[in-house]
Design a protein around this ligand. Structure first.
Ligand SMILES: *Cc1c(COP(=O)(O)O)cnc(C)c1O
Length: 497
């Protein structure tokens, strides 16, 4: 399988080269040159096997220049009991007759990002070996909160790598910030940027484009741990298959029965992995794209008009506070049948005017697959409260956005297909808002985020995830705060010191 850029100037990259590069050198994103299909027989063959074996099967289809032994080593090094304690790696829980939760937060940092970021260091290691690269790899990350910590955990003390994480100073939850600034490891750097996620992401993308010229003698080559890297997306395709196979195994569905997935969305990475699973032949009816009040994607999927010129809201689902969703570019490339010229034009419009509009036929293709709406913070809090009262199940705010939007989908379409809500984070990661939703504002007053972890555990009988439990005792190691304009210099300093 070879990879090409959505901007049309780069072709015939191996998976290893695509993963090592992160972003394509022409400013585009890597996608597979041809679609991959999986037959009913192949799918059936995966029903009785473990998550690790399902992962091996899917990864092998996309990463054809990696040997099965290398993929196996990457998978067993990532998806093991110590990293993902509990009976299953990606459990599917039944909420009611039609709705299931795919819990993707049993990994080390409590969010779905662990699925890709635990394995990415292995894939990158083999990619570097394969391409004959002898420089160090510098991983640059822009995070809306969860990618940063997951990438730091994945890459800390990994030989031959350095990792620099930029996060928006005011744009992440207290617990997300503490998880990052207390990070240990000799090769890590964590920097707060005075700005929002979009500014932080733009800064990193610019560094990617300019660094080869700014630091021609750089002892490093650059890669990305953001979902612009194809190596982030492939591991995420696996759990969509796994959810379907588990439902089939449990007798909840019978192939070729189609199901829906609801995905709480920000940068459009997670839901794009679902799109690829569907394109491969997984029986999926609709992909429901749930956004918070930063509803630029909901508007786009309804109208074909993408416009980031709007108020940016800081919501209680901060990992989705994004107005420029990077991975939409990949979707546009796919639904136009790989028309790089069109994609380039829209992305230039987005860069220069902050908006673009797709043709009607493209919109129709998008709408045939996706449905979208958004939830306000108030609706999100009510959803957490109601779900807890009705089902004794605790949703984090991101997942609650998804549940609220699914309710809107169901009431507007009447589509009763079985539906899987992708649960993207542990409720403990956002416990002040979850406690407020369940116990009321008063219960949170004069309490630190740490005290609220205990309150949430006592109230619900759930266990605090190990990675969050000892956070209060950890030393803060990273205190640098900079303006977006200082990001380049910070990278240069980190790499040359
Ligand atoms: C990153 C994240 C999202 C959004 O995922 P995208 O791939 O950016 O669309 C949603 N919820 C949580 C908890 C996240 O960490």
């Amino acid at each position: 399988m070879l990879y090409e850029s959505t901007r049309g100037k780069i072709h015939s990259f191996s998976a290893a080269r695509a993963i090592k590069s992160g972003m394509a050198p022409d400013g585009g994103l890597f996608v597979p040159s041809v679609p991959i299909h999986i037959t009913k027989q192949q799918l059936n063959g995966l029903v009785g096997v473990s998550y690790q074996e399902r992962a091996l099967y899917i990864l092998n289809l996309f990463l054809t220049d990696f040997t099965p032994a290398q993929l196996k080593e990457s998978i067993t090094g990532s998806y093991h009991q110590k990293n993902f304690p509990g009976p299953k790696i990606a459990p599917v829980k039944k909420l009611n007759a039609g709705l299931y939760l795919l819990e993707l937060w049993h990994g080390p940092t409590g969010a779905f990002k662990d699925f890709a970021l635990q394995i990415l260091p292995y894939l990158l290691h083999y990619a570097v070996t394969k391409t004959g690269e002898d420089k160090k790899i510098a991983i640059l990350v822009a995070t809306s909160g969860d990618t940063g910590k997951a990438a730091l955990e994945g890459f800390k003390d990994v030989e031959g790598t350095k990792i620099i994480v930029f996060y928006p100073a005011e744009g992440v939850s207290k617990i997300q910030e503490l998880q990052m600034v207390t990070q240990e490891g000799s090769n890590v750097r964590v920097v707060a940027v005075r700005g929002n996620f979009d500014q932080t992401q733009r800064g990193v993308k610019e560094i990617f484009k300019e660094m080869p010229y700014l630091l021609p003698e750089s002892p490093c080559c650059f890669s990305s741990a953001n979902s612009i890297n194809w190596g982030r997306l492939v591991p995420q395709i696996v759990y969509y298959f796994s959810a379907y196979l588990d439902l089939q195994k449990q007798g909840e569905i019978t192939p070729p029965e189609e199901i829906n997935f609801v995905v709480p969305t920000g940068n459009f990475g997670n839901i794009l992995a679902a799109f690829y699973a569907r394109q491969m032949g997984l029986p999926v009816r609709k992909l429901i794209c749930a956004t918070n009040q930063n509803n630029v994607l909901a508007d786009f999927i309804r109208t074909g008009f993408y416009d980031r010129n709007r108020i940016f809201y800081q919501t209680i689902s901060p990992s989705m506070d994004i107005l420029v969703a990077s991975n939409l570019e990949r979707l546009l490339y796919e639904v136009t049948g790989h028309k790089a010229v069109k994609v380039e034009k829209w992305m230039t419009d987005l860069q220069e005017k902050g908006r673009f509009q797709v043709d009607n036929d493209v919109l129709e293709k998008v709408k045939a697959i996706f449905w979208s709406d958004f939830a306000t913070d108030e609706e999100t809090l009510t959803t957490i409260k109601d779900t807890y009262r009705q089902y004794d199940y605790v949703l984090d705010p991101h997942t609650a956005v998804g549940k609220n939007v699914y309710a809107k989908y169901f009431s507007q379409t009447g589509d009763a297909s079985k539906t899987v809500l992708v649960s993207t984070a542990s409720p403990f990661k956002f416990c002040p808002h979850v406690v407020k939703a369940i116990l009321g504002e008063k219960a949170t007053q004069n309490k630190s985020a740490f005290e609220l972890l205990d309150v949430l555990a006592r109230t619900t009988g759930l266990e605090i995830p190990p990675g969050l439990k000892n956070l209060a005792q950890k030393t803060v190691r990273h205190t640098l705060v900079i303006d977006p304009a200082g990001m380049k210099q910070t990278v240069i300093n980190s790499l040359t010191s």
